[in-house]
Design a protein around this ligand. Sequence first.
Ligand SMILES: [Zn+2]
Length: 226
Amino acid sequence: MPRGGSPPLADGCLPSNRLNPSFAGMAEPSTLYLECPDCGEFPHRILSGRFGSRRALTFQGIVKCSNCGQVRNATHQETKPVKVMFVVSILDRTSQTLTDWDPKEPLRVGGEVRLEEELYEVTRIDPSPRGRNAVFAKEVRSVWVKHLPREVEVPYSLSVRQRTVSGKLRVPTEARFGIGEVLTLPRGTALVHRIRLLGRTVRKGDAQAAQIKRLYLRAPQERART
Ligand SMILES: [Zn+2]
């Protein structure tokens, strides 16, 4: 077995550039994601071999493709993930999460990243890339990201005669609601007469769905009580 440097890849098995979470952790995995020459990227069961760990995580040994069953020699080298602090904004809530990131995966302001299956837009990188288009995760301390939901739920209160019922409308994030607009709800039509935003109420004009805390609705033929 070759030692030192980057050993050649055996039998056409190319390492995946996807970070394998189990490989990235402390415990040695029993499978690796590898590119099988016959069927594509699939988990490969490790039949025998050994792991090395210095700057990069390496594996040399014999693997079996979980899809076609082919057994072959494989050499696999994977870069250790780096920790990146993501400052995550979802609407008006902000939280921080320390995440394993591929050091070779570039980050750019305005670019999109995926964290736990949700899509985010990068709004700020610290330290600033300073004129460079993109930076690599290993150069980054913190990344500010904004959630990019496709749909939001807008709560509403509907006044019908002396009763008020509440519910939620599921609409595309970019949808807008305007004062005086007539909506079609399951229980009939309703007129928007007030829109509550964070810290203020709108009585004319319109607002974007993602910003709305509550829509106040009434039956179109009724007069407003407020
Ligand atoms: Zn295969």
